[in-house]
Ligand binder design. Structure first.
Ligand SMILES: NC(=O)C1=CN([C@@H]2O[C@H](COP(=O)(O)OP(=O)(O)OC[C@H]3O[C@@H](n4cnc5c(N)ncnc54)[C@H](OP(=O)(O)O)[C@@H]3O)[C@@H](O)[C@H]2O)C=CC1
Ligand SMILES: C[C@H]1O[C@H](OP(=O)(O)OP(=O)(O)OC[C@H]2O[C@@H](n3cnc4c(=O)[nH]c(N)nc43)[C@H](O)[C@@H]2O)[C@@H](O)[C@@H](O)C1=O
Length: 323
């Protein structure tokens, strides 16, 4: 594989690390449309923090390409509960997978970082060049440092060993297969669940965290998965690439949109003991757009699709975080 060349997925053995997660399951859905062999390994068979196990698995399975969507992930309420896990697990996962991929001659690897890598008060919209120009948001600093280390490690494998390892930095994601736990989830699944449960219970109010003034950008996970396949095929360079939606919305406006879609008509109350976090983090995705990719889901359409999926999943008793 020559660096800088397009990568043809046809007939390739492709490992989706983290295949049961929000992103990993979407990448598996998207790859089902390709003529390739999808390899997966659940944590119970392959703990990616175990270097020897990861080396052995790669030596045995010999994937041609890897989507690295496995990580310790959570919303703003989760980071403070497990700062070691967000730093330690993510460092080990990315180091083990990239090292084993190198040893097993993997042709291409895409590492998933996050918009959290950027400074808390970065100029908006946030360009890839904003990396390491100012302090991070202390709330998720460990996770952000692990993600920065991951993109730097991918660049190092490219420089030292000529490995075609690339990095994508997604904005906030949502969609089918998300984590709906009220303690550890991201904001959009939490709001959809709260509105749904308040509607069913006939509640007069629904509680949100913080002031609702923070602004967030949301990309449907099926759009992200499509962007990941696009980048795997058509991007080969050492710079990380922002994968955003292009517009942001205040949490308060988001709540109103969710409640319209779900059909909850009660009032909003605020738990101001919870943080707002980063005030705004709209990414500049113009480099990705210049490569020829754009998202397809609008936010209202994406929330409606996610809620329809949630109702079916609840009926089937198959929801992460609602156990
Ligand atoms: N969700 C979001 O809004 C955003 C996510 N991202 C990034 O996208 C990627 C995927 O995130 P997302 O899909 O939301 O996260 P999820 O928590 O939904 O999925 C993460 C997956 O990684 C697996 N995993 C975690 N630790 C291990 C381990 N030690 N060994 C094996 N597997 C492990 C989990 O397995 P198990 O099911 O067993 O727990 C899970 O399937 C991450 O890199 C994240 O940083 C970036 C920006 C936004
Ligand atoms: C995606 C990216 O960015 C993530 O950071 P974040 O965007 O701050 O996380 P969040 O999705 O939990 O949104 C939090 C915002 O939303 C408000 N908010 C209201 N009500 C609820 C609520 O009920 N739950 C949550 N979680 N937030 C709420 C809350 O007050 C705050 O303003 C990282 O965790 C990290 O995972 C990462 O990679």
């Amino acid at each position: 594989m020559a660096l800088g060349e397009p990568y043809d997925l046809t007939g390739k053995r492709i490992f989706v690390a983290g295949h049961r997660g929000l992103v990993g399951s979407a990448i598996v859905r998207r790859l089902a449309r390709e003529d390739c062999v999808i390899l997966t390994a659940g944590r119970e068979t392959l703990d990616l923090t175990d270097q020897a196990a990861v080396r052995d698995w790669f030596a045995a399975e010999r994937p041609d390409a890897v989507f690295l969507a496995a990580a310790k992930v959570g919303g703003i309420g989760a980071h403070g509960q497990a700062p070691v896990d967000f730093l330690h697990d993510n460092l080990l996962i990315e180091a083990n997978v990239m090292e084993a991929a190198h040893r097993a001659d993997v042709e291409k690897l895409l590492f998933l970082g996050s918009s959290c890598i950027y400074p808390k008060h970065a100029d908006q919209p946030i360009s890839e060049d904003a990396l390491l120009t100012a302090p991070l948001d202390p709330i998720h600093e460990g996770y952000a440092i692990a993600k920065i280390a991951g993109l730097k490690l991918a660049q190092a494998y490219r420089a030292q060993h000529g490995r075609d390892f690339i990095s994508a930095m997604p904005t906030n994601l949502y969609g089918p297969g998300d984590n709906f736990s009220l303690q550890s989830s991201h904001v959009l699944p939490a709001l959809i669940r709260k509105a749904h449960e308040a509607k069913l219970a006939g509640d007069e109010t629904m509680e949100i965290w913080g002031t609702g003034s923070a602004l967030r950008e949301f990309l449907h996970v099926d759009d992200l998965a499509d962007a990941c396949v696009f980048l795997m095929r058509d991007y080969s360079d050492d710079g990380h690439i922002n994968v955003g939606f292009g517009e942001d919305i205040s949490i308060l406006e988001l709540v109103k949109l969710v409640n319209e879609v779900v059909g909850f008509e009660g009032a909003i109350v605020h738990d101001r003991s919870k943080p707002d976090g980063t005030p705004k983090k709209l990414m500049d995705s113009s480099r990705l757009h210049a490569l020829g990719w754009r998202p397809s889901y609008g936010l209202r359409e994406g929330i409606a699709q996610t809620y329809a999926w949630l109702e079916e999943a609840i009926a089937a008793g198959d929801i992460r975080g609602l156990e």
